[in-house]
Structure formats: structure tokens, C-alpha cells
Ligand binder design. Structure first.
Ligand code: ATP
Ligand code: MG
Length: 484
């Protein structure tokens, strides 16, 4: 068995949440890290410049170079106050007077700020110490108390302290990103699951809709707004299916019912005839009567077959251009005898051409005329007309008579529907005539309309769409305007 792989929407959205959270946290973390790094550096710089000021101050209080060497405690104090701080004092001739850090290698070659100037950030530079340690450094001259001698001050602050702090911060950011993403994925998963619960509810409802419960519908009001259009469309589809399903069940019930009557008639008549010996005339009468039933059955089966084929659109239409007046005249001639017997007249008022399959066209109009003949009272006139209008051409069959009550009108075109079984005459009527008319009109892309009221004219109208690709069939709309 072929199994289809499905991806979980919930899991996918959860992962997406995690990805977005990772990117966001990583972005924010990087920004904060950078800003902390630059803040720490500028803080260090200010401290370095401050140390220059402080040392200059101590130098002013020192009377000679020798005093620095003899009593360096104040400078030791300054250096001790801060880890990573390097202080070097050199005499003008390059002799080192004080240093708290011996492993510094070559001294920085930074420009030295004169004693009468205050070093600023521009005087700061970078100095790589022996142990590959990097440091920010600044150098300036400082005058002694006697103001004759000057001492070069070099102050440096190694990066190690700052780096350690930033390293710890970076680790925290990594941890925050990781756990944040994990939490986002988890919450995302829970929230999406909650949100999709509505879908599960809908699926459950849909599962309960079966052939036996086709009248059930999905609850649109309880569904989230985004799904309501989908549900409405689904319910509409169910409505259509339900209607077709009902029509289909009705159809088979009607079919069985309509087949039973002629078969029962045949059976009963045959049984009665066989119950005792009969004369030849009796047998002939029976066979003639049976033949009528056979014909009715055959007609019904043929009609059913026609409808089934039309339903599946297996019909290849042999469309031809037909002259409406000529066609209606032909039909009127065909019914002449029957009309005369019924003392009914057929009147034609037709013009125009249409494109249709001639056999189907005749069949549709024949069905309408056959109905009209059945319901027109003696002396009545059946009007056959053809009228071209904007939309197409309408072939109408109108007859006076009992008319049709409004409640029957929507059902007339249903298969087997008859307004009044007794009147339709059980032997000749199958109730399929108008259903066939409708199928034929659908095959032609047209439609059938009916207008009637009790004891009024009944008019059936077949509307065939306009034939557009034959310029000679119809004058262009503006032609007659120009003629005016
Ligand atoms: P069939 O045409 O298969 O022999 P039928 O004529 O009874 O049977 P339809 O042609 O489908 O079936 O017509 C359905 C019903 O519509 C008829 O039984 C009749 O009650 C009603 N009907 C049709 N045409 C007219 C009409 N011109 N005047 C009044 N009622 C009509
Ligand atoms: Mg009929």
C-alpha cells in the first residue's frame, strides 16, 4: 500500500517560530554585545586619561627624580587600584624610574603629549605587549615640583579584563538565544496546536456526514473567520450533492414504480386470458393491448437511455443551420392528423434561423406540441412561434387549456413528474417528455422556460443562444440604426 508522507503543520510552524526567535535574539544579542564592547572601551580610555592627570598631580608634589625611586608608594597605589593597569615613569634621559610591570617588552612608540597640554582621546593608541596582550595606552610628560625636570609617563590598560567580561557576556547571549529559541518553539507549538483545534473539530463534523446523513452541515458560526469561506463552500457542495442524491433516489423509485404498472397490466391480462380457453378474436385483442404496453415500455426505456446519454454529455451534436419557419411547419404537418381528430388548430408565426441538431430540435418541439395537443380543448388554437431577440432565438409553443398551477411549475422538468396521473393517461404518458426537452436544451447551451397559470395560456419557450460566427445569419445590431 502506498503511504503518503505528510508534514505536520504544527511542527513546521513551531520550528519556524524557533528560527525567527533565534534570528531575532541573535541580532539583538550581537547589537548589545557591540554596544557593551564600545562602552567598556570608552570607559577604559577615560580611566587612562584620568590616570595621567592623577600621576601628573603626584609628580608636581615630588621634588626630584630621585624621590620617585625612593618612595614610589603613591604610584604603586594607583597601579594597584586597577587590574591590568601598567604604569611606567621614565626620566628625560630614558631611564626607567618606576614600573609596575616588567614583562612589557619594547615600549610603545606613541607620541608623547607635552607637559603643558592635556592628552585627549586622540592621543590614545594601541600597544602590543610581549605576551601578545593588547593594551590601550597613552603617554605624556609630567613636570616635577621644581618644574625644571620632566618625567615621561606611560599608562596602559590591557584588554584582558574587558575581554573576559565580554566573553562571559557573549556566553550568556548564546545561552539566552538557545533557550529563547527552545521556548519559542515550545510556545509556538502549543499555540498552533490550540489554533488548529478548530480544524480537528471540523474534520470530526465532516466525518459524521455520510450517505445516510447528507442533510448534516458543518457549523460555520463556530469556525474561525479565516475558515468560514471554506466551510460555506463545502456546505454549498454538500447542498448540491444532497439535491443530486435525492433526485437520484427519487428517480430510481419513480422508475421502479413506472415500470411496475405496465408489467402488472401485462401480467394480469395474460393470466386472465390463460385462465380458460378463448376465441381467436380474444387473443388478438389481448395481443393488441399487450403491444400497447410493450410500446410504452420500449418508449420509456428509449427515453431513459436518451436521458442517461445526455447526462453524460456523450452526445455528438450534429448542428445545422435550420430555418425556424420551415421546421415548425414540418412539425405542424406531422401533427395535422392528430390535431384534426382533437379538433384543434395549429397556427405558425415564425421567422429567423437557428443552429441546432435537427433531430434533437424536432424531438424537443414534438414533445411540447404533443403535450399541448393533450391539454388544448376542442376548438382551441396552438400557437407555434419563433422570435429572434438580442440573446438568441425563442421557439415557443402556446396552448389554451387547464394551465398549470404555480406549485407544479418548478417540478415539471423532473423525470417522471406528472401533474395529474389520471389526466396524462397512463398508457401514453411516461412523464419524461419535458425532462428530455430540458436535456436537449442543455446540450445546445440554451434553456427552456414556461409560463402558465390555471385556466390560462400555457407557453413553453425554447431559447437557443445566438449564432455569432456566421455573419450572414444576423445583421449587426447597428445596421438598422444606420438605415433609419
Ligand atoms: P410523456 O411526455 O413522457 O409522454 P407527459 O406528457 O406526462 O409524458 P411531460 O411531457 O414531461 O410528461 O409533462 C409533464 C407534465 O406537465 C404533464 O404530465 C402535464 O401534467 C404537465 N404539462 C405539460 N405540458 C402541459 C400543457 N401544455 N398544459 C398543461 N399541462 C402540461
Ligand atoms: Mg409529454
Amino acid at each position: 500500500m502506498k503511504r503518503f508522507r505528510s508534514t505536520s503543520l504544527t511542527a513546521r510552524l513551531g520550528l519556524l517560530f524557533a528560527l525567527i526567535a533565534t534570528l531575532t535574539f541573535a541580532g539583538v544579542g550581537t547589537y548589545l554585545y557591540q554596544s557593551l564592547a564600545s562602552q567598556l572601551e570608552s570607559h577604559d580610555d577615560i580611566e587612562l586619561l584620568g590616570n595621567i592627570g592623577l600621576i601628573r598631580h603626584f609628580l608636581l608634589e615630588t621634588s626630584s627624580v630621585q624621590d620617585i625611586q625612593d618612595d614610589p608608594h603613591r604610584f604603586v597605589d594607583v597601579a594597584a587600584g586597577r587590574a591590568g593597569l601598567i604604569i611606567i615613569l621614565k626620566s628625560a634621559d630614558g631611564k626607567i624610574l618606576f614600573q609596575n610591570h616588567t614583562d612589557h617588552g619594547a615600549l610603545s612608540t606613541l607620541p608623547v603629549t607635552p607637559a603643558n597640554a592635556v592628552p585627549d582621546k586622540a592621543s590614545l593608541g594601541r600597544w602590543t605587549l610581549n605576551s601578545k596582550l593588547s593594551a590601550r595606552t597613552v603617554s605624556a610628560w609630567g613636570a616635577l615640583h621644581n618644574t625644571q625636570e620632566q618625567v615621561q609617563i606611560i599608562v596602559a590598560l590591557t584588554d584582558s579584563d574587558r575581554m573576559a567580561l565580554l566573553g562571559a557576556y557573549r556566553n550568556e547571549v548564546f545561552a539566552a538565544v538557545f533557550f529563547g529559541a527552545l521556548l519559542a518553539a515550545l510556545f509556538g507549538y502549543i499555540i498552533v496546536r490550540q489554533g488548529l483545534r478548530a480544524l480537528h473539530a471540523i474534520a470530526k463534523q465532516a466525518q459524521s456526514i455520510t450517505a445516510q446523513h447528507l442533510d448534516r452541515r458543518l457549523d460555520v458560526t463556530a469556525a474561525p473567520r479565516e475558515l468560514q469561506t471554506l466551510l460555506l463552500a463545502f456546505n454549498d457542495m454538500l447542498n448540491r450533492l444532497h439535491r443530486s442524491f435525492q433526485r437520484l433516489s427519487q428517480f430510481s423509485a419513480d422508475l421502479a414504480h413506472d415500470l411496475r404498472t405496465p408489467i402488472n397490466n401485462l401480467m394480469v391480462q395474460t393470466q386472465v386470458a390463460l385462465s380458460k380457453p378463448r376465441s381467436i378474436e380474444d387473443y388478438q385483442t389481448l395481443l393488441a393491448s399487450n403491444q400497447e404496453e410493450y410500446e410504452r415500455l420500449a418508449r420509456m426505456v428509449e427515453n431513459m437511455l436518451f436521458l442517461a446519454r445526455a447526462d453524460h454529455a456523450k452526445f455528438v451534436l450534429n448542428k445545422q443551420r435550420l430555418d425556424a419557419s420551415h421546421e415548425l411547419q414540418r412539425i405542424a404537418d406531422y401533427f395535422e392528423g392528430v390535431a384534426e381528430d382533437a379538433q384543434v388548430r395549429l397556427a405558425i408565426d415564425a421567422g429567423g434561423t437557428l443552429e441546432a441538431d435537427p433531430i434533437l430540435f424536432r424531438r424537443a418541439v414534438n414533445n411540447l406540441v404533443a403535450n399541448a395537443l393533450r391539454y388544448t380543448p376542442e376548438g382551441g388554437v396552438i400557437q407555434l412561434a419563433a422570435q429572434t431577440f438580442q440573446e438568441g432565438i425563442a421557439i415557443s409553443v402556446a396552448n389554451p387549456g387547464i394551465g398549470i398551477k404555480p406549485e407544479h411549475i418548478p417540478l415539471l422538468f423532473d423525470r417522471f413528474y406528472r401533474v395529474d396521473d389520471a389526466r396524462s393517461g397512463s398508457t401514453s404518458s411516461t412523464g419524461l417528455g419535458l425532462a428530455i426537452v430540458q436535456s436537449i436544451m442543455m446540450l445546445h447551451g440554451g434553456r427552456v422556460e414556461v409560463e402558465s397559470a390555471p385556466d390560462a395560456m400555457t407557453t413553453f419557450r425554447l431559447v437557443f443562444p445566438l449564432v455569432r460566427n456566421h455573419g450572414d445569419l444576423r445583421q449587426p445590431d447597428n445596421a438598422h440604426k444606420i438605415n433609419h
